[in-house]
Design a protein around this ligand. Structure first.
Ligand SMILES: [Zn+2]
Length: 105
């Protein structure tokens, strides 16, 4: 039993890690979308940097803040760039594809 658990745990931790990464990237995608909607609505230029208050109506989270499931810090950044998470690997793919799902560890 102990051996089986010892082998299963790292695999489970890895699966959890992957699920958190996928959830975080989905958050980043929402933030990115919110930024573009905000910029369009407010006629803001690409270098403009929205605040969380600006994005709140577009995120549809009520008063709750969108958060990284692993506790990373989000940086909204200018409209022209993708938002980022402070956790390594939590990043929007530049191509718009989803390499996370197919990436080999
Ligand atoms: Zn994250």
């Amino acid at each position: 039993m102990a051996i089986a658990a010892g082998m299963a745990l790292p695999a489970m931790a890895k699966a959890k890690d992957r699920a958190q990464t996928v959830a975080c990237i989905s958050n980043l995608r929402q933030i990115d979308l919110a930024k573009h909607q905000w910029a369009t609505d407010k006629k803001k230029p690409a270098p403009a940097v929205p605040t969380w208050d600006d994005l709140q109506p577009y995120l549809g989270m009520g008063n709750g803040r969108i958060q990284c499931p692993k506790g990373g810090e989000y940086t909204i950044g200018p409209v022209s760039t993708s938002p980022t998470c402070s956790i390594p690997g939590h990043a929007l793919p530049k191509t718009g594809q989803a390499p996370v799902a197919t990436r080999r560890q």
